[in-house]
Design a protein around this ligand. Structure first.
Ligand code: PLP
Length: 406
């Protein structure tokens, strides 16, 4: 946010030499006159002006103080600034959930008669926005297999305005060539929006590969401790000012200051947690690969990942998630999940607790069977999100569950 408290100094984004772990502890912090150590939580809807003239000046944009927390709030501002530092983005707007971020980032920039192309392997609600909601308002949409660059080129129409993709995808961890898609988007005059949740801002920086806008569900790794929902949209200052600013102010997807504070605390430990959880996920992927009843393991970072070359090109780490397919379909997958004791059954991900889900009957149950098959989601597919437990306890739990269903 450019709006900031008169008494607050600018954030610490000037310190560009900081490495990510340092940025996550310090960037964006704006202290009040009390000099508090931890970020202050400004639970306020509005702000008081010293005079009628001051209120007028602020509404005219002559001073950049805060007006109303639907527009901007000092605690939310700190979260936005810290995320800008990590992502290398000029500006950002925090939202109440990941879906508020996705829907605002897409809807703020297109109108009836225009066209959006999206990779079909999307989080269920993202797919609903593209496939069902946007056409209701006269926005044309095309869903493609995003792993093949030719499909993006072929889908372009004269009225194409935006491209949307998720990489790695949910739940099958497919990886899409961001630079390749960005080049096609630029040639077509389209804006590329990347949902970067699965990679986290630590392991993949879409803006560096030509994406125009990055969105997150902060509910996932950024909170990472199962406490609150949140989201964020990051881009250039021009894009935020021209496309998002008015939409955000007037439709109200804003983040609660309480949740922004929780997410700031989450960011402090994000590098530690993501590193540990990814290491555990890699160990688990190798363990699962040795099991007789496992048909296929997908983990970005393994040599047998279908897009291993693109993983090497654009990601600096693997993932905290592993997908695998158990022989015996739904019955075997359910028996496996039910036999687990340490790993919990939940559709969430990126949490300190290890979580497992059966996408065909939960997150992707709304897709027709052929659409699921296109995405490689079978009745035996399960998705595991590695948490912060000792990896040996996780391996023991998984091993016991495999033994129970053998
Ligand atoms: C969870 C998720 C979302 C939606 O986020 P919410 O915070 O639940 O609204 C969007 N995209 C991806 C890839 C997700 O995993």
């Amino acid at each position: 946010m450019t709006d900031r408290n008169e008494s607050g100094q600018a954030g610490d984004n000037w310190k560009t030499s900081w490495r990510p772990a340092t940025q996550m502890v310090h960037s964006g912090t704006t202290r009040s006159h009390h000099g508090e150590t931890s970020e202050a939580m400004y639970l306020t809807q509005g702000f008081i002006y010293d005079s009628a003239e001051a209120a007028e000046a602020r509404f005219k944009g002559e001073d950049d103080g805060f007006i109303y927390s639907r527009y901007a709030n000092p605690t939310v501002d700190m979260f936005e600034q810290r995320m800008c530092a990590l992502e290398g983005a000029e500006d950002a707007r925090a939202t109440a959930s990941g879906m508020a971020a996705v829907s605002a980032a897409l809807l703020c920039q297109v109108k009836a008669g225009e066209h959006v192309v999206a990779a079909r392997a999307l989080f269920g609600s993202c797919r609903w926005v593209v496939e069902t909601l946007m056409p209701r308002y006269g926005i044309e949409t095309t869903l493609i297999d995003g792993t093949d660059l030719d499909n993006w080129q072929r889908a372009v129409r004269p009225n194409t305005k935006a491209f949307f993709l998720e990489s790695p995808t949910n739940p099958t961890l497919e990886v899409i060539d961001i630079q390749g898609v960005a080049d096609i988007a630029n040639a077509a005059g389209a804006c590329l929006v990347v949902d970067n949740v699965f990679a986290t801002p630590l392991y993949q920086k879409p803006l560096q590969f030509g994406a125009h806008v990055v969105v997150y569900s902060a509910t996932k790794h950024i909170d990472g401790q199962g406490r609150c929902l949140g989201g964020i949209i990051l881009s250039s200052k021009d894009w935020i000012d021209e496309k998002l600013h008015d939409y955000y102010r007037h439709t109200g997807p804003s983040l609660s200051p309480f949740n922004a504070w929780t997410l700031l605390k989450g960011l402090e430990t994000l590098p530690l947690r993501v590193r540990q959880q990814s290491e555990s996920a890699a160990t688990i992927a190798d363990f699962i690969d040795q099991q007789a009843m496992v048909r296929r393991v997908i983990y970005p970072g393994r040599a047998d990942h279908p897009q291993a070359d693109i993983v090497a090109k654009q990601m600096t780490g693997g993932s905290t998630l592993v997908a695998f397919e158990i022989d015996g379909g739904k019955a075997a997958a359910f028996a496996f999940e039910n036999a687990l004791r340490t790993v919990q059954i939940s559709n969430n991900l990126g949490d300190a607790k290890s979580l497992i889900t059966h996408p065909a009957t939960t997150t992707h149950k709304n897709l027709a069977e052929d659409a699921r098959a296109e995405l490689g989601i079978t009745d035996g597919t399960v998705r595991l999100s590695a948490g912060l437990e000792d990896v040996n306890d996780l391996i023991e739990d998984l091993g016991a569950a495999f033994a129970a269903i053998r």
